[in-house]
Design a protein around this ligand. Structure first.
Ligand code: WAQ
Ligand code: MG
Ligand code: MG
Ligand code: MG
Length: 257
């Protein structure tokens, strides 16, 4: 990839109406592409939108724009898979892991009480001191973008870690790595809104990317993406980091030792 000419490519798709007109979110995606790979990149996101378990889109938008800011290279979070046998066990583990990252117990419970209220196409930000949602983005949430991981390097990493080549894991690990790389992020909690995917995770800089094999039941279309933050006064800077700072995940063998 020629880092001097990278494009940010973003896709969003919804059913009935566009997102801003109340349509149901089907799919979103973001990547970085060279100019010469733009056709392939746009097609990758088009395929993602057209073949989605949440439904067929009536509204679909793909946008390409050149990245002007310098790109930051970041090592991926360490991945660990926790096998659980029930959804309840999964959420018990979520609570334990979040506590380990430094989110207070009462704030974790408050967040859980709020989860059913959220139906957003991005992430919501919860302040770890108050337990209140602070992003004020309503049903949009904050969409993290301008991030990617070159396929060859990802495959090298996956082979070395004996992780199956899973594009969903790749996507989520890129996002979590970017989000947890900011000092104001205390932890992230996520599971998919896709009815056919039940593995989720808790991530932070310290505990890494902790996959949990069951965080909901098959068929359930309620997802979750919460960033627990300690941002105080610089919320605007934090959100612009999430949306604007270009990040390339890159793994070097000797980084892990
Ligand atoms: N920025 C912010 N929020 C996002 C983004 C983004 N770029 N992408 C998705 N979300 C939010 C949005 O609200 C979605 O509805 C929700 O997250 C779930 O997104 O095996 O597939 O893409 O290790 O459905 C995690 C486990 C899978 C992967 C998560 O999420 C693994 C997943 P989805
Ligand atoms: Mg999506
Ligand atoms: Mg996704
Ligand atoms: Mg989804």
């Amino acid at each position: 990839m020629d880092p001097s000419r990278l494009y940010s490519v973003r896709m969003r798709a919804s059913e009935n109406e566009s997102h801003e007109n109340g349509g149901k979110h089907i799919s979103g995606g973001e990547l970085l592409s060279t100019y010469s790979d733009l056709r392939i990149s746009v097609n990758t996101l088009l395929e993602k939108a057209l073949n989605h378990s949440r439904g067929k889109p009536d509204f679909l938008q793909i946008q390409c724009e050149i990245v002007n800011q310098p790109i930051k290279i970041v090592n991926p979070l360490t991945v660990h898979t926790n096998e659980v046998t029930t959804v309840e066990e999964g959420h018990e583990l979520v609570r334990n892991l979040l506590e380990k990252t430094g989110v207070p117990k009462a704030i974790i419970e408050k967040a859980y009480q709020q989860i059913p209220e959220y139906s957003v196409r991005g992430a919501i930000l919860i302040d770890i001191h108050t337990g209140e949602r602070v992003d004020q983005r309503l049903d949009k949430g904050v969409r993290v973008s301008k991030m990617d991981w070159q396929t060859r390097n990802f495959k090298k990493w996956a082979t070395s870690k004996a992780v199956p080549y899973n594009p969903r894991l790749k996507e989520a690990l890129i996002l979590a790595t970017k989000v947890c790389n900011h000092k104001s992020t205390i932890a992230e909690l996520c599971w998919s809104d896709d009815p056919d995917y039940i593995t989720g995770y808790v991530a932070s800089k310290n505990i890494g990317y902790q996959r949990i094999t069951q965080l909901k039941h098959y068929g359930n279309e309620s997802g979750c993406r919460i960033f627990f933050v300690d941002t105080l006064s610089d919320l605007h800077t934090y959100i612009s980091y999430l949306e604007e700072q270009p990040i390339l995940v890159q793994w070097e063998e000797d980084h892990d030792t």
